[in-house]
Write a protein that binds this ligand. Sequence first.
Ligand code: HEC
Length: 97
Amino acid sequence: MKKCVFLLSILTLMLSSALADVQKKYQACVACHGAQGEKIALNRSKIIKDMTKADFIASMKGYQDGTYGGPMKAMMTGQVKNLSDADIEALADHVIK
Ligand code: HEC
């Protein structure tokens, strides 16, 4: 029983640090996309919180490999280049409810 409680608290710790991590990563996006992803970045982007998770992930990966984007995609290329697939999924979960 004690062991179980111990494992559970480790798990909770791991989860909350993953959460803090994605919040930190999303800080880089707030200026353009808004605290909740509710803004049209630089009058150009979609409202990212209204995208589907699949579209969000596809567009982020597309910015990474240059296959996605409109006239202002250069704005995003720098934002996504250091993100892992796991980071992108965490960001999608964070922005899209
Ligand atoms: C300097 C401003 C800026 C920052 C910072 C920024 N973005 Fe963007 N984002 C834009 C613009 C402008 C577009 C539209 C670009 C285009 O023409 O394709 C865009 C597009 C997107 C799209 C695709 C939506 C669409 O219009 O097709 C997603 C998803 C996205 N951004 C997520 C993020 C995330 C997540 C971060 C943080 C890691 C971030 N952005 C940081 C300006 C920014």
